[in-house]
Design a protein around this ligand. Structure first.
Ligand SMILES: *Cc1c(COP(=O)(O)O)cnc(C)c1O
Length: 351
């Protein structure tokens, strides 16, 4: 016996590579937004009164909670914010999944879910997606301790309509169902519209993708007042000051500029649709994506080869050598120029 037998041992989540900022490359591997945050964010940053950093931030995060409540037409008491949606998701797992029964999520989905389940010792079961990478709502009718669905799903990009979500919510009235909407702003439909009907629904979103703020770390959850109260109880039992005062100020500004937000998302959707056509022409196959990435497989050239060749040319995409998805590459939608360079290089690699 030594101290190591008492360690909480975990196999951590592996994030996509973040090469140094000075490296000249086309980075399409972590679903970041290619455009800068809203112009107002830069203004606030430049004018920020540094003496405010002397004080603790507002533990309730009320400025950010209030603008989000207004934007999504809910009460401030229905909004919870955290250090990226990873923090919000982790808090939600810790708060709501305390059953002896397994929580359910797809076998191919955000690879942090099983890591949190392991970390918090939550039993879980991974439900296979069908051959077309679709979630079958009927698979979630088994007894369980909670449900987690990324919608649109990652890394597949596949969106499930609200009919399917509704079926899952209806079958699971007595457990919490989390819908992770990290990519919802790129043309999918939000489950937020079902909030009034389901008190077991928690919707989680992030500023990292559609608001170009992955580096600032802001995520949020919207649910019933009771749910949000329980989340806050856990947060205040763990770390009261999760969000810095600077983060709160910059986050507020990002939400205020709705026009910039909508324009940026529209640009990405347009580039994505063009990239779909180009990839198809090159012999790639993929399910339709409603996100800022495309999960594609080539008809003849192995994904690992394409991944390695792209890397040599300083173009980064994401590849997982995992069962069922080892033929696929996840390609983030960049600017038009970045996607053109990608397509030019792919043409040489797969010809
Ligand atoms: C990116 C992502 C997140 C986490 O985003 P944060 O940067 O932590 O806000 C959560 N879920 C999914 C499915 C994601 O792709």
């Amino acid at each position: 016996m030594n101290w190591e037998s008492n360690v909480r041992k975990v196999v951590p989540y592996v994030p996509g590579e973040q090469p140094s900022a000075s490296a000249r490359l086309i980075k399409l591997n972590t679903n970041e937004n290619p455009y800068p945050p809203a112009p107002g964010v830069e203004e606030i940053l430049k004018e920020y009164d540094i003496s405010l950093l002397r004080k603790y931030p507002d533990a309730t995060c009320s400025p950010l909670v209030n603008v989000l409540a207004e934007k999504y037409n809910v009460k401030p008491s229905q909004v919870f914010v955290g250090v990226g949606s990873d923090d919000v998701l982790a808090m939600a797992f810790l708060t709501f999944f305390n059953s002896e029964k397994s929580i359910l999520f797809p076998d191919i989905t955000y690879s942090f879910y099983d890591v949190w389940a392991e970390l918090f010792k939550i039993p879980y079961k991974q439900i296979p997606l069908d051959e077309e990478f679709r979630i079958r709502p009927e698979d979630y009718k088994a007894e369980n301790g909670g449900v987690v669905i990324a919608n649109p799903n990652a890394p597949t990009g596949v969106f499930m309509g609200l009919d399917g979500i509704r079926q899952i919510l209806d079958a699971n009235r007595d457990v919490v169902c989390i819908v992770d909407e990290a990519y919802v702003d790129f043309g999918a439909e939000s489950t937020l519209s079902l909030l009034d009907e389901y008190d077991n629904l928690l919707v989680i979103q992030t500023f990292s993708k559609s608001r170009s703020m992955a580096g600032l770390r802001i995520g949020f959850a919207i649910g019933s007042e009771t749910m949000i109260k329980y989340l806050n109880d856990v947060k205040y039992s763990y770390n009261s000051y999760t969000m810095t005062s600077l983060t709160l100020a910059l986050g507020v500004e990002a939400v205020k500029d709705d026009e910039y937000f909508r324009n940026t998302c529209e640009k990405i959707v347009k580039t994505r649709e063009k990239l779909k056509e180009d990839l198809k022409e090159l012999g790639f196959e993929f399910q339709d994506s409603k996100t800022n990435f495309i999960f594609a497989k080539h008809e003849s050239v192995p994904a690992e080869h394409i991944f390695t060749e792209l890397r040599k040319r300083n173009i980064y995409v994401r590849y997982w050598n995992k069962p069922r998805i080892s033929d696929y590459l996840r390609i983030t939608v960049g600017t038009d120029e970045e996607c053109d360079i990608l397509v030019r290089n792919l043409k040489e690699i797969v010809k």
